[in-house]
Write a protein of this length. Structure first.
Length: 180
């Protein structure tokens, strides 16, 4: 990790059965989260501000479509439009919703590496983040890059299409970005 004011957690899960998470996610979205008060706790605003500050560097401004993924999930949950993608993605989104921390998911079958670094994006660095071919400018953005190529593949806002979990993903790396 090349970031003095952040903490990064990661979970590597191998040979996952993504659909096995679906029943748990259904139960959580069907009442478990709401009954626990998520995502309305008072600490959430403080954590969200700290996460924004974590990714607010140089020219990058975490607003609008560039806000942390964890904030998008809170809004989607409150508006009853929580995204359902796949068992593994949905499970990570539940964790992100409950912790207010952004989480990247990488399909290890597509990374061609098991070595990564978390660093700030460089000038001119970008990647495609959706099927429509839209790109995100990564300059000054906290991101995860696969090594030894030092190629950006995920960040706290939008993950790269090149390493996103697809149908049948079995080997997964989750990267959790947190302020100190």
């Amino acid at each position: 990790v090349e970031c003095a004011d952040c903490m990064v957690g990661w979970v590597q899960a191998l040979q996952c059965e993504g659909d096995a998470a679906t029943a748990f996610v259904d139960a959580e979205l069907g009442g478990g989260l709401a009954s626990r008060g998520v995502p309305t706790e008072a600490w959430r605003a403080e954590v969200s501000t700290a996460v924004r500050n974590l990714i607010r560097r140089g020219v990058y401004k975490p607003t609008g479509r560039g806000k942390p993924a964890s904030e998008y999930l809170v809004n989607a949950f409150n508006e009853a439009r929580f995204p359902r993608v796949s068992g593994l993605v949905d499970l990570a989104n539940i964790v992100s919703l409950e912790t207010a921390l952004p989480i990247s998911l990488l399909d290890l079958a597509h990374t061609e590496s098991r070595d990564f670094v978390v660093r700030l994006g460089a000038a001119g660095e970008s990647y495609v983040f959706n099927a429509g071919g839209q790109t995100i400018d990564l300059v000054d953005l906290l991101l995860t890059a696969k090594m030894p190529a030092d190629e950006a593949c995920a960040n706290a806002v939008k993950d790269s299409m090149a390493t996103k979990l697809g149908p049948g993903a079995k080997d997964v790396l989750a990267v959790i970005y947190a302020p100190v």
